[in-house]
Design a protein around this ligand. Structure first.
Ligand code: T3D
Length: 261
């Protein structure tokens, strides 16, 4: 099996599991990822989703051996199918998931592997991780949402640098540029990342879902539109059990216990 899913409390952990190919994305892995993300999105018991890789890599992007025969015969491959059936849906499922999504970047990330991490809400990284957009190395444009996400995450100038110069980005550079949110030493990484994911899964899930949607929607909205969107979302958030629990817990001087409802 090229992908595994396990539950840790209310968090779904999806592990790309082709360590011998550095978790390159072949057809079955991409299809399994689409299905795992759909199930996580629809399961109300799942309140956070973590995406990680088995072995020394997070994900090195498209499996370049999948179309080896066509390439060796000098035939141009049809890339539309993979984008429409897999990369597009995977990117949207991660970005639009109604609960937090976290890329737990344990090791090397390249090509569409970087795109997947960028589609997540947060990126937590081991100091052993390194990043390369890599598309230019095979004369392609960045895809799977990375032309949309990367400039928004690190700014246009840095995005151009990462895409055009094609250098490796190490953990320190990734942290400095905002490409990742947290970096831990490799030895501490599994424990620290698990704790961060567990904390998100114990959070106010509906408020998180609305927060994600507001940030994304308001990237293309003027201030008046953003204020109106916030008002609509806040009225709904104010009706949730978790809002009542949050305020009650504050008044009772205790930590809140959110149910994601
Ligand atoms: O086709 C389409 O649909 C187009 C869409 C493209 C989207 C993309 O993602 S484009 C970018 C694709 N990714 C890359 O270009 C990265 C290719 N990999 C590398 O450059 C290197 O593997 C790394 C620098 C990431 C790591 O190097 P290293 O020396 O640590 O490991 P390695 O020996 O190169 O790799 C270990 C194994 O993984 C090796 O297999 P082997 O020879 O031991 O049987 C290698 O072939 C395999 N592997 C690494 N990357 C891929 C891969 N196999 C298939 N596809 C890969 N992308």
């Amino acid at each position: 099996m090229s992908l595994s899913v396990r539950r840790e409390g209310a968090a779904a952990w999806i592990t790309l599991d082709r360590p011998e190919a550095l978790n390159a994305l072949d057809g079955p892995t991409k299809q399994a990822l689409v299905e795992a993300l759909r199930e996580a999105a629809e399961d109300p018991g799942v309140r956070a989703v973590a995406l990680t890789g088995a072995g020394r890599a997070f994900c090195v992007g498209q499996d370049l051996r999948e179309l080896e025969q066509a390439y060796r015969q000098g035939r141009a491959p049809d890339l539309a199918d993979a984008l429409e059936r897999h990369y597009g849906p995977i990117c949207r499922l991660l970005a639009e998931m109604p609960k937090p999504t976290v890329a737990v970047v344990n090791g090397v990330a390249a090509g569409a592997g970087v795109s997947l991490a960028l589609a997540c809400d947060l990126r937590l990284a081991s100091d052993a991780a390194r990043w390369r957009l890599a598309f230019s190395g095979i004369a392609l444009v960045p895809d799977a949402g990375s032309t949309w996400h990367l400039p928004r995450v690190v700014g246009l100038s840095r995005a151009m640098e990462i895409a055009l110069l094609g250098d490796w980005v190490d953990a320190a550079q990734a942290l400095q540029s905002g490409l990742v949110n947290r970096v831990w030493p490799a030895g501490d990484f599994p424990r620290e990342a698990a704790a961060a994911v567990a904390a998100l899964a114990a959070g106010p899930t509906l408020a998180f879902a609305r927060t994600k949607a507001l940030f994304r929607d308001h990237l293309g909205t003027d201030l008046a539109g953003a204020l109106a969107g916030e008002a609509r979302a806040q009225v709904a958030a104010g009706q949730t059990k978790d809002h009542l629990e949050g305020v009650t817990a504050f008044l009772e001087k205790r930590p809140p216990t959110f149910q994601g409802a």
